[in-house]
Ligand binder design. Sequence first.
Ligand code: ADP
Ligand code: ZN
Ligand code: MG
Length: 486
Amino acid sequence: MGASRVENAEKDVKIGLECHAQLLTKSKLFCSCSTDYHDAPPNTHVCATCLGLPGALPVINERAIRYGIKVALALGCTIQPMVIFYRKNYYYPDLPRGFQITQYEFPIAFNGMVRMEGDGEHEREIRIKRVHMEEDPGRLVYRGTIDTAPYSLVDYNRSGIPLVEIVTEPDLRSPKEARIFLGKLRSVLEYLGVFDGDLEGALRVDANVSVQGGNRAEVKNISSYKGVEKALLFEITRQKNLVRRGLTVQQETRHYDEVRGVTLSLRTKEFEHDYRYFPEPDLVPLLISNRIEEIKQEIPELPDEKKARFLAQYSLTREHANALTFDIHIADFYEAVAAQIDPRLSATWIADVLKGELNYRSSSMREASKRISPDDFVVILTYLKKGVITERGATEILREMLDLGGKPEEILRSKGLASIASAEIEKAIQVVITENEAAVEDYKAGKTEAMHFLIGQVMKHTRGRSEPKEVRRMLEEKLKGNHLNE
Ligand code: ADP
Ligand code: ZN
Ligand code: MG
């Protein structure tokens, strides 16, 4: 792969991400507390172990380890034979034990690779340095912002939730590439069924960035994709300004203030020896080498493979194949529809129309599938194909279903969306021509905008139950005829 334009323009920017993803187990990593805390009052999903009370012992959650290995395999990593946990010692109010149980020299895996569309057309390969398991600390809640809050509150419901941490090499070249990477990562994690990106705080990122070979700053704990991109944009500008003024960038840890869109210095970078890492004496090393083959069998078809298959099997455009495979819920929905009706028509209506409607509502396919099933969608497309409804009618049914629910058959009837016969369109055209002599003259004199006006009038008279393309054809025919008669 040759150096691309983007790489030349941005080659002085290096970005490496440390991504912490919550794994969808039923219980926490080292105790049996439920992980289903998102709608629960603070400090209701806790026990002696995840509160860090003296003498409480951890027990490893087997499923969490399996999920971690799945993630590492899906990212093309080499799995290590043993899982060994360490204590990382530091004090913070969200960490009541005074140490976090994490991994250190022996993470579950090293050396993976993520392929993604770059910032530009070319494909990029982002190396994964390591994947390891750790427990989530609790959550501090500030009144207002971190630096002005009069006090903070702590909620330990999240303490002990299993995290998989994915560390990239500094291969990303722009904030936009960082965002694309996170999107791809989310996609893979959701395909594996071990992660739900819609849950609040499900993915948190530490973003490392340096410019022109200088020191790197680490922006800690950013919890949205847009936040990562914006924090990096701010940080690159800040660092470049320092360099321009002949100053050096400090190696330090910074905080991203989401509200003000700035990064602020928290502390100069701590070093590993500061943490006094040592093996967790309350947990035995876990031999996993004999389980890897079995876990490999559980890896489903991943986004890249699915995209290649969709391209071949359904003759889709690259854009449609991308749009339909990014989100596993959309991919599954598409396949269920395409099994019953024209796959290319389905692709257009799902990738372009349905996804557009979901974006507009800030909704997801998983949410929407409570209201609309693939079978409903097939009914709508069948109406459309048979000319029972117009494209606009189909969109209206879809909107109604997304907003209020209901079945396509009922909405078709209750909203009177059935297309009308050409005889009725003919009648509407006659009325419009008689009522709009000036526009008709303009059209005949070569003013093409007049045609749009006339089509609009006919659509209005037929209340959208006629297809604009068909109306145009009939209008043109009619006006050409008139012309010859004169
Ligand atoms: P440390 O052990 O000091 O924390 P790591 O090698 O584990 O450093 O890297 C931590 C993160 O910082 C990784 O995501 C890595 O890609 C990133 N990183 C390392 N060097 C740079 C750099 N020069 N510029 C930007 N990011 C970097
Ligand atoms: Zn607990
Ligand atoms: Mg590190």
